[in-house]
Write a new protein. Structure first.
Length: 274
């Protein structure tokens, strides 16, 4: 006991004479209280690194075109802007373009050009092209020579104000504030809202620091997916009527709803999951 009292006395003396007690970074950090709401959890010694969900890797993209077009539904597209802000959108509508045999595909006949080169690259490669000399559309290559999936619509999840800024900057005339469902409901609107242009062509979704995909939390079942005809492909014979567009049934962020097909699904007893 005498020894313990002696040690306590020495410690007390050191605390009274702070000038002779060297500063301790560890103690300073643990006791720091920059504001009334701070807590030990804000210290670097208690901080837990926040991690994003696992990025979708090469194996996910390496599947047949139709399979990939369906598998995209419910997954999350992430875009990191140059200023560090992140935009997140849930994929709710896609179209499959099957390559050489597909008369509506940019790679029909198996012809490879400088423009469509990304469609012949490894699965997960972005193919970005321009329509009307103004708007961009983004596709993702799949299995199959020249096959790719068009991303048609997203359900905005994070960074909606940044999306509005980007959409506004791309529109020539002043207009009303866009509602959430108007931000990404169409392939060119999606690209505007996410700041995707020709510079993203041939980028790899599994390796790029500015754009990638992560798994969605609530993936749809077969009864939730509507398979119908593609939009705006013109007269392409039998390919005009092939059900190669897929969307989440009942989702208000889809660009074009096929009510007839949905009624047919209901008549067959296909009830979407709530």
């Amino acid at each position: 006991m005498p020894r313990k009292r002696k040690l306590l006395a020495q410690l007390s003396a050191l605390q009274r004479n702070s000038s002779s007690f060297p500063p301790c970074d560890t103690l300073d950090n643990l006791s720091a209280t920059p504001d009334d709401n701070s807590s030990p959890k804000s210290s670097k010694y208690f901080a837990v690194e926040e991690k994003n969900p696992s990025q979708l890797e090469a194996d996910f993209f390496n599947q047949p075109c139709i399979s990939l077009a369906k598998a995209f539904l419910g997954q999350i597209l992430v875009r990191r802007l140059p200023d560090g802000r992140e935009l997140w959108g849930r994929i709710v509508e896609t179209e499959a373009y099957l390559g050489g045999e597909d008369e509506a595909s940019h790679s029909k006949g198996g012809k490879q050009t400088q423009r469509n080169a990304a469609m012949f690259m490894k699965p997960g490669t972005l193919y970005v092209y321009q329509i009307y000399g103004i708007y961009f559309c983004v596709n993702v290559s799949s299995q199959g020579e020249g096959a790719a999936v068009l991303l048609r619509s997203l359900e905005p999840l994070r960074g909606l104000e940044a999306m509005r800024e980007l959409r506004s900057a791309s529109r020539k005339a002043p207009s009303k504030l866009l509602k959430d469902w108007q931000l990404c409901n169409g392939p060119s609107r999606l690209c505007q809202a996410f700041g995707i242009d020709k510079a993203f062509d041939q980028r790899d979704l599994t390796r790029d620091a500015a754009i990638w995909m992560v798994p969605g939390d609530d993936l749809p079942g077969e009864e939730d997916v509507v398979a119908t005809t593609r939009i705006g492909i013109g007269s392409r014979g039998e390919w005009t009527q092939k059900p190669l567009r897929f969307y989440l049934r009942g989702n208000k962020f889809v660009s074009v709803v096929d009510k007839k097909r949905e009624r047919e699904m209901a008549a067959m007893g296909h009830v979407p999951c709530s």
